[in-house]
Design a protein around this ligand. Structure first.
Ligand code: IMP
Ligand code: MG
Length: 180
């Protein structure tokens, strides 16, 4: 049924809505356990994490604040430019907080390496990473990923917040993009 909405240039479904729901529940359980008695600030990296973050925080049973950062490192294609610029900085203080950075996908790790250093420089007590998808084969910077939903090979995915040239973020599932 869900496959019916896949346009022709989608290669295949990677994670269905049900699979995503299970992943989110599993990650939230661990986060609920690990962040008891912490001053938790959840930081979503825009735009890709917006859907994952909103589903994840609905499952959190520990008190938390929410903030967002927006950085740019990708052009309109599928390769990182290697440079990270802050488009929107944090608006909450991170001083003394246990920060949980929420990402859609970690590819080269360049974006998160930059973000972790930035948040620690601002005085956070700790920074942990939670990502829906992890592409470990493509790593250029070694970032410590504590929570990840699903590991994928070197392929480009779209949907559930993730885009190709700003399209497809609204899809409720994750699919592999056929670039041919
Ligand atoms: P990194 O700095 O190379 O780790 O890139 C991280 C960012 O690139 C992610 O937050 C995404 O926004 C984007 N990105 C990396 N791989 C993909 C993909 O397969 N589909 C869509 N966006 C991606
Ligand atoms: Mg992103």
């Amino acid at each position: 049924m869900e496959k019916d909405y896949l346009p022709k240039n989608f290669n295949r479904m990677l994670l269905s809505e049900n699979q995503i729901e299970e992943i989110v529940k599993r990650l939230a359980e661990r986060i609920n356990h690990d962040f008891q008695d912490k001053d938790l600030l959840v930081v979503g990296i825009l735009k890709g994490s917006f859907m994952f973050l909103s589903d994840l925080v609905k499952q959190l049973e520990v008190p938390c604040c929410i903030d967002f950062m927006s950085v740019s490192s990708y052009g309109s294609g599928t390769q990182s430019s290697g440079r990270v610029n802050i488009v929107k900085d944090l608006s909450e203080s991170v001083s003394g907080k246990a920060v949980l950075v929420v990402e859609d996908i970690i590819d080269s790790g360049i974006t998160l390496d930059f973000i972790i250093k930035h948040i620690l420089n601002k005085g956070a007590e700790s920074v942990s990473l939670c990502t829906l998808l992890n592409k470990p084969q493509r790593r250029k910077k070694d970032v410590p990923v504590k929570y990840w939903g699903h590991e994928i090979a070197d392929e480009f995915v779209i949907g559930y917040g993730m885009d190709y040239a700003e399209q497809y973020r609204n899809l409720p599932f994750v699919a592999v993009l056929n670039e041919e």
